[in-house]
Design a protein around this ligand. Structure first.
Ligand code: NAD
Length: 360
């Protein structure tokens, strides 16, 4: 298969972890005889330094041409007080929008070797294996009218939570299709006891669910879901929810698994002419200025994002499973970075990347 990948290393540890992720990509391509082309582009603080723009038009063009995009992280402390248009994070929202990725997938898996890093008791978190599917381009973060309307004591702030039937249908279909390849269970999360928006969400998800009679569907109110995630995380297979609820629940899900450095994410849109699914893959963590340039960032979130890319954009399930198995093997060997608190001296970012390649 031809794999045409754009890499956007970004800032801070983004450059360090993507280097290892690309190393793993080359190892997979070599073993399974795929033809890999890797282009590199500018995004975030480094792009502002070189072009004045957090998302230069050339980067958007490269992303449109590539089959899939692998991103590191953006953000530099020197831009903390910059106006919104000149902040590295603007590039992140811009690239998501440019690619039209409307579904954010975050796998949450409790690795047996890392149970002690979880804030939950081992017996609660052991066996957890879910994917949170969050709608990414609609809902209250994008709805209008919005704004602060100044009027003395009557000053009002307004945000609008809005979804169309079509927006709910496409994300629901994605969740059900994903569930078919897993344990065949979708839990849809809403607040339909209070919000009309959620009532439409529940109605449309139920209708789409009828097309997938082999997949079990249940509904949870978002407050109950927040509680069940820590009481009984094993009950979840695919969690489907709208933008803001997903933003909150996916961070709650993230801490179940231990270190933030281990968590991959995938944002998916429609199919490309090449047949690949449009996808933007990135670790969940940021640019971590506190440890940047020290070769000690955990690259497993970025490497897990490569596994997600192989599976979701290219349908290469065997290769994806091999990368995930290699991550698990390396964790069990204890050759991990300091954030995972290994018994002996911690491995460097580069050593972990090399170990994953060897295990692949
Ligand atoms: P962060 O995720 O960068 O760091 C939080 C803490 O986790 C830090 O102590 C860091 O050292 C640690 N950490 C993060 N990733 C790690 C890894 N791979 N290995 C080991 N330890 C790791 O979040 P922050 O400090 O809130 O933000 C720093 C910058 O990153 C900010 O500019 C922020 O806007 C940006 N940010 C970007 C993204 C993104 O690009 N998707 C996401 C979150 C934050």
């Amino acid at each position: 298969m031809n794999l045409h990948i754009l890499v956007l290393p970004g800032d801070g540890i983004g450059t360090e972890v993507t280097r290892e992720a690309v190393r793993v990509l080359h190892a997979v391509a070599g073993k399974w005889h795929h033809r890999l082309t890797v282009a590199e582009g500018l995004l975030g603080g480094v792009a502002i330094h070189k072009t004045g723009d957090p998302l230069p038009p050339e980067t958007a063009r490269l992303a449109a041409d590539a089959d899939a995009t692998l991103m590191g992280a953006v953000g530099l402390p020197e831009f903390d007080d910059a106006p919104p248009e000149k902040r590295p994070e603007k590039g992140l929202l811009g690239i998501r929008k440019a690619l039209g990725v409307y579904a954010n997938l975050r796998p949450v898996r409790a690795y047996p070797s890392q149970l002690d890093s979880s804030p939950l008791k081992n017996h609660l978190v052991a066996g957890t294996d879910m994917v949170i599917v969050r709608e990414l381009t609609g809902g209250i973060y994008y709805g209008t009218p919005r704004g602060i309307f100044e009027n003395g004591a009557e000053t009002r702030a307004v945000n609008t939570m809005t979804y169309t039937r079509a927006e709910i249908e496409r994300i629901a279909r994605m969740a059900f299709q994903l569930a078919r390849g897993r344990r065949k269970k979708v839990t849809s999360v809403d607040k339909s006891n209070v919000l009309e928006n959620s009532q439409l969400w529940r109605r449309v998800v139920t209708e789409v669910g009828r097309e997938f009679s082999d997949v079990e569907l249940d509904h949870l109110l978002v407050d109950n879901c927040a509680m069940q995630l820590v009481l009984n995380p094993r009950r979840f297979d695919v969690v489907l929810t709208e933008n803001m609820f997903g933003d909150i629940l996916s961070d709650e899900g993230a801490v179940l698994a231990g270190s933030i450095g281990m968590l991959p994410s995938a944002s998916i849109g429609d199919r490309k002419p090449s047949g690949a699914w449009t996808g933007l893959y990135e670790p969940v963590h940021g640019s971590a200025p506190d440890i940047a340039g020290q070769n000690k960032a955990n690259p497993l979130g970025a490497i897990g994002s490569v596994a997600a890319m192989l599976e979701y954009s290219f349908g290469l399930k065997e290769e994806a499973a091999a990368v995930n198995a290699a991550i698990e093997a390396v964790m069990q060997s204890g050759k991990v970075t300091a954030d995972l608190r290994p018994p002996g001296s911690p491995a460097t970012t580069e050593e972990v990347g090399q170990a994953v390649c060897a295990a692949v």
